[in-house]
Every structure is written in structure tokens, then in C-alpha cells.
Design a protein around this ligand. Structure first.
Ligand code: AMP
Length: 148
């Protein structure tokens, strides 16, 4: 029987450190630096402290294709405003399908109105691989009779 894995499980498997956000007035130049130095592909953009949009490396690429001028734009001009968010209790399989269908790789996680993390398609795949490996180890031990 498959145990349902939730987005909370995926977040727990990640190294802690909170979510890095940027205010909507931040220039793209700064946002790109933040993504590069922290090594992540998405930045949640806030307005008066509340999530208002998301900028990802895909947005940077699209803008860069039109010239360097975008580096001086505020992130509010580049961000996607309608963010699709997940919750702790959401099934990972459902989140994976949503990300695949809608063609994005990052899902901010909101809990009680607060941004608590961000899950990428890479995090989802990693945690599912870990589960498969744990199940395989259990089954191998079981076959060898190590559980009596
Ligand atoms: P990604 O594949 O995550 O780099 O994103 C592809 C496009 O979808 C970019 O234009 C992002 O701004 C947008 N995007 C990424 N994540 C989300 C999300 N959770 N909700 C809405 N749009 C998103």
C-alpha cells in the first residue's frame, strides 16, 4: 500500500533556512544576483510583506532574449502575478500533476496565510526517489528474512 506523501514531507526533506523573498520594488539586476548567489531558480515577490508574484529563471531568460534593459526594471514588471500555491497537506502527486500541466517548476507553499516554503519539481522527484529507495531496502531485507 502506498503511503500518501504530502508537500509538508517534501519540505521537511529540504535543508532549512526559510524562504528568500524580494519586495516588488527590487530591480531585476538585484533579483538575478539573489537567485545566483542562493542557488535557486525562483524568487517569491512580496508587496507590503505579502506574496504578490513569482519571478523564475525562465522569466529572466525570456527578458534577456529581448536585450539587457530588463536588468533595470523592477521585478513587479516581470513577475507572474497569479501564483499557484500549495499547502502542507496537499498530495505530492497532485502538485506534480499541476506543475506538469501548467508548465512551471516551482510551487510556493502557504500555510495559514503565511509563506512557509517553496517546493520545486526537483525537490518532488528527489523525495519520491528517497521513498522508492527506502521501500526497496525494506523489501530486500524482508526477502532475506531479516524481519524474522
Ligand atoms: P518555472 O518553470 O518555475 O521556471 O516557471 C515557468 C513560468 O511559470 C515563469 O513565467 C514563472 O513566473 C511561472 N511560474 C513559476 N512558478 C509558478 C507558480 N507557482 N504559479 C504561477 N506561475 C508560476
Amino acid at each position: 500500500m502506498r503511503v500518501k506523501m504530502t508537500l509538508e514531507d517534501v519540505l521537511q526533506g529540504k535543508t532549512k533556512g526559510g524562504v528568500v523573498t524580494a519586495d516588488e520594488s527590487t530591480l531585476m539586476r538585484e533579483a538575478v544576483k539573489m537567485m545566483a548567489t542562493n542557488n535557486f531558480g525562483a524568487l517569491v515577490i512580496t508587496s507590503e510583506g505579502r506574496p504578490a508574484g513569482i519571478v523564475t529563471e525562465r522569466d529572466v531568460l525570456r527578458q534577456a532574449a529581448q536585450g539587457e534593459g530588463f536588468l533595470n526594471k523592477p521585478v513587479s514588471e516581470v513577475m507572474t502575478r497569479d501564483i499557484v500555491v500549495g499547502r502542507f497537506s496537499d498530495d505530492v502527486e497532485v502538485a506534480k500533476r499541476v506543475m506538469t500541466d501548467k508548465r512551471f517548476r516551482h510551487m510556493p507553499i502557504m500555510q495559514k496565510g503565511k509563506l512557509v516554503g517553496i517546493v520545486s519539481i526537483g525537490d518532488v522527484v528527489r523525495s519520491q526517489l528517497m521513498t522508492i529507495e527506502a521501500e526497496a531496502t525494506y523489501l530486500r531485507d524482508y526477502i532475506r528474512g531479516e524481519y524474522g
